[in-house]
Ligand binder design. Structure first.
Ligand SMILES: *Cc1c(COP(=O)(O)O)cnc(C)c1O
Length: 476
């Protein structure tokens, strides 16, 4: 906006804006700021003053009533902003959504052993890349290689940053500038920007699509095989299902086809399950072990989906293929860090006692818990909150459904119990927002004008936070 268009009042306001040097002088006298670098204080001064300037410029012609904050107020605002820098942005939240593997809420919480190992390894030196027996350089992958092979039956194993990295690395190693055959029914987007065709392109491999969205037969793959074919890729469709008139080639027949033509088969499993979930009444998800018995060349999956561990990408398969992948220089860029490795090792160890794993890994516990136990927890929280006699709050227990999330078991509806919270003094939207703005935020959903807490993803240790949060909201 040109200056001449500004009225006199706004010109006066602009001229009256505090000078940075003057604010700095009064700030330097504040003991609370001792130790904060001058460049940080100065940069915050500038943005606070700039915000005031924009405020004046953007007011409509009737800026008559507008006044500038006093020097004291400006200084207070800057102090608050600096204070804000000391508040953690990444915070613990309570997942009341009932989505067990909630990608936006950090997917799998770690088990106690994993957390303990993380602390132990993070705070000091470790034999991350040191062979203690030989007294020489070792490999970081060795720490989880053996246990992964034992649990899955794979010949060899490698872990990287996440499954997206695992897919990229495997495709780049096995099929750069060559063709990869994929069914049109499996060219999926997983969410968070992971799309099979895009990852394929970045890996340098050429996508050769076969079949149709709903039906792809073994013959379609067979016809596509040519001198440039380097790989047959199968992708777990994770977060969606095509139902009705469908057909796809099963993994075992793809592996047989590959064998006959000397072409390896890769399977992006997505979730990668090690637990027999069907014995807990859930739909059958083949375990990683089942998948590998087909003789598939390489499989990849996430560490923080059904496995219930830290973010990681696990690559399992035949030794010759894994050797090639390990030697790819891209592997260095995608490598796993020591904290993840410590947590992953502890998570994998849980599976040496499968019954304990289902109890100790929160993802599996939430997936398999009897609805009677969820109900007991719901009633306990209900009476805990009711005891507080919070003004205008009605809390009732009702039936509902939880979801696995994270692209795992997409059609599975898991029966659950919900706490329905209704306030006589505020709308459900306003209550939901206030829950979200608590020091320990509670992330809930709204249905039919009620705020709902799904008890399947809430643990008893979290009850006091919920009680205190509701107390705070209803008393303010
Ligand atoms: C989740 C998923 C991915 C991405 O895994 P991240 O660990 O999130 O990188 C890739 N492929 C499939 C099939 C998935 O389900």
């Amino acid at each position: 906006m040109a200056k001449q268009n500004l009225d006199d009042h706004r010109m006066t306001l602009l001229r009256g804006l505090p000078k940075i040097d003057e604010i700095m002088l009064s700030l330097e006298k504040k003991e609370a700021l001792a130790g904060t670098p001058k460049y940080v204080v100065k940069s915050i001064c500038r943005s606070v003053v700039e915000e005031l300037r924009q405020g004046i410029l953007n007011t409509k012609k009737d800026a008559k009533g507008m006044r500038l904050p006093t020097a004291g107020e400006v200084v207070d605002k800057i102090m608050q902003t600096i204070d804000g820098l000391h508040q953690y942005r990444l915070r613990k939240v309570i997942n009341a959504t009932g989505v067990i593997l909630h990608t936006n809420l950090g997917r799998a919480p770690l088990c106690a052993d994993a957390v303990q190992r993380l602390v132990e390894i993070a705070g000091g030196y470790s034999n991350l890349e040191y062979d203690l027996a030989k007294g020489e350089r070792g490999l970081r992958y060795d720490h989880v290689q053996k246990i992964l092979c034992e649990l899955s039956g794979a010949e060899d194993a490698l872990v990287v940053n996440n499954n997206a990295a695992a897919v990229l690395l495997a495709l780049n190693t096995l099929a750069e500038r060559k063709q990869v055959i994929v069914s049109r029914g499996e060219l999926v987007e997983i969410g968070g920007e992971f799309r099979i065709p895009d990852v394929m392109e970045k890996s340098g491999a050429c996508l050769y699509e076969v079949g149709t969205t709903n039906r792809t037969r073994l013959k379609d793959y067979e016809k596509a095989i040519g001198p440039d074919t380097a790989l047959i890729l199968k992708v777990h469709t994770s977060n969606f299902r095509i139902i009705g008139f469908t057909e796809d080639a099963d993994l075992a027949s793809l592996v047989a086809l590959g064998k006959n033509n000397g072409i390896p088969v890769m399977y992006d499993l997505g979730s990668g399950c090690f637990a027999e979930l069907d014995s807990y009444g859930l739909e059958r998800e083949p375990t990683v072990r089942d998948v590998l018995t087909t003789g598939v060349g390489v499989v990849t999956f996430s560490g923080d989906k059904l496995l219930g561990g830290p973010q990681a990408g696990v690559i399992l398969g035949q030794k010759d293929i894994l050797e090639k992948i390990k030697r790819n220089p891209l592997n260095r860029a995608l490598r796993i860090d020591k904290l993840t490795l410590a947590a992953l090792e502890a998570t994998l160890m849980q599976y040496l006692q499968p019954e304990m794993a289902v109890k100790r890994l929160r993802v599996l516990r939430a997936l398999t818990e009897e609805v009677a136990d969820v109900t007991r927890r719901a009633k306990k929280l209900q009476s805990m909150v009711r005891k507080e006699h919070l003004a205008g709050l009605t809390i009732s227990v009702k039936k509902g459904f939880s979801m696995a999330g994270g692209g795992s078991l997409p059609t599975q509806e898991i029966p659950t119990m919900l706490l329905s919270i209704v306030s006589a003094h505020m709308s459900s939207g306003s209550l939901e927002e206030r829950l979200r703005r608590l020091d320990i935020p509670i992330i809930a959903r709204i249905a039919e004008d009620e705020v709902l807490f799904d008890m399947r993803t809430i643990e008893e240790e979290e009850f006091p936070y919920i009680r205190d949060g509701l107390k705070k909201i209803t008393s303010s």
